[in-house]
Design a protein around this ligand. Sequence first.
Ligand SMILES: *[C@@H]1O[C@H](CO)[C@@H](O)[C@H](O)[C@H]1NC(C)=O
Length: 177
Amino acid sequence: MTFTVFKVVAVFCGLFALARGQSTNVQRCLISRGGLPLNTHVHGCTTPPCLLPQLQDAVIDVIFEAPRTINNMTTLATATLNFIVEVTIPLDLQENSVTCNFLTNAACPIQQGENIRYRLNMFIESFFPVNTVATVEFRVRDNEVGDDIWCTRVPIRIQPPQSAAASDSIPALLTAE
Ligand SMILES: *[C@@H]1O[C@H](CO)[C@@H](O)[C@H](O)[C@H]1NC(C)=O
């Protein structure tokens, strides 16, 4: 009996953790007509702009429901920057654009109604200067139908590479008490 109560409490704590920390406050896309996925989690970011350090992967976990059977998908990303005018440039995701290779709970073909978990890694190049502000749209295209299954829009800011300063803060946190 006590054990069951404990399990229920544990499950609720887990759900609250999910609700609080495992979700990023993203927006509906403006360029793509794809709707939002069920959940988007840019690691380390609850409230945008998401601060993305150069020279490492930004990690984005997405949960979406398959709208139909899908055999082949491509992940695409664009960044909109405000110079004197707004410019939108495609970001090259290279091999990370092969969506089917990065599903974490399923394999292609995915079936209609399945809740699919997907992890996108996007390397942040150093040619984006530190403090660059941009709005990124990530989307996944069904290659057979040619439309976007979902899309998520998130403001970002480029940060310097994470160095000793960042790893120092972990022992600092541990000794803070
Ligand atoms: C998926 O679609 C892409 C783009 O149309 C194509 O290049 C690729 O060969 C396809 N992959 C498979 C496994 O069908």
